[in-house]
Design a protein around this ligand. Sequence first.
Ligand code: FAD
Length: 240
Amino acid sequence: MKYLIIGGVAAGTKAAAKLKRENRASEVKILTKSQDISYAGCGLPYYVGGLIESREELIVNTPQKYSKLTGAEVVTGCEVTSVDFSSKTVQAVKNGEKIAESYDKLIIATGAAPFVPDAVCTLSGGERQLAFLAMTLFTDAEIILLDEPTAGLDTEYRQKVYALIKRLKEYGKTVTVTIHNLDEAMTIADCVTVIDEGKIVFSADKDAFLASDVPERVFSLRPTRLFDEKGEEVTVFRPL
Ligand SMILES: Cc1cc2nc3c(=O)[nH]c(=O)nc-3n(C[C@H](O)[C@H](O)[C@H](O)COP(=O)(O)OP(=O)(O)OC[C@H]3O[C@@H](n4cnc5c(N)ncnc54)[C@H](O)[C@@H]3O)c2cc1C
């Protein structure tokens, strides 16, 4: 029995090893596009972040070591371009040359790509912003970081986002919002941290911020506290 496997990272190499363990006499061949097999995709973030220093540390097995261990044959740098199920043959390209390989049983282990629903791509900027907000909240995290959550939203949706952020606080969540609009910041914040030229220049509660010289010194704006028609206090900033 000849088994042909397309793809040699996690699923392909595991299937090949298992087949050889089950029956050492069966012929098992992996055709894979990349030069490496069995690499740790899960380690990539640590490699990018510098925690794993060398690329080699991500490679669990070289093709030679793997073949010696399992008895399965590995052909790297080989891209399968088509499968003819009736004649049980695959067409592939290796080093620019076309090759054909027959099989009795075929395993396709070529991985997967993320699915992005069309609907998200066709949403307007504001709708997309709300969709991303909904996805963030779906995680039910204790600490929520939002970067300009009202960007691209009209007045009605801005009010909804303010109300939502206040409600999250009532549910015991800690919400950190990056925002450039001081009027909006005063609507939603209890505590304010100001970063100017990459340095934290102020961090305290909202009242201390409004009583300080930071709005004038850093933003050249002066706060004025007003009351809306419901009697609720609002702060607006005016140029000096
Ligand atoms: C950044 C990152 C972090 C991850 N973290 C984790 C984690 O913490 N825990 C966890 O369980 N999983 C994690 N994963 C997922 C894990 O890496 C994958 O589930 C796993 O690699 C899938 O293995 P696979 O063999 O199915 O596919 P793949 O790893 O995608 O391998 C498929 C192979 O098939 C080859 N191929 C494709 N088409 C052809 C073709 N036509 N001809 C020949 N060869 C072809 C490809 O070149 C590739 O080598 C992470 C993935 C990534 C990207």
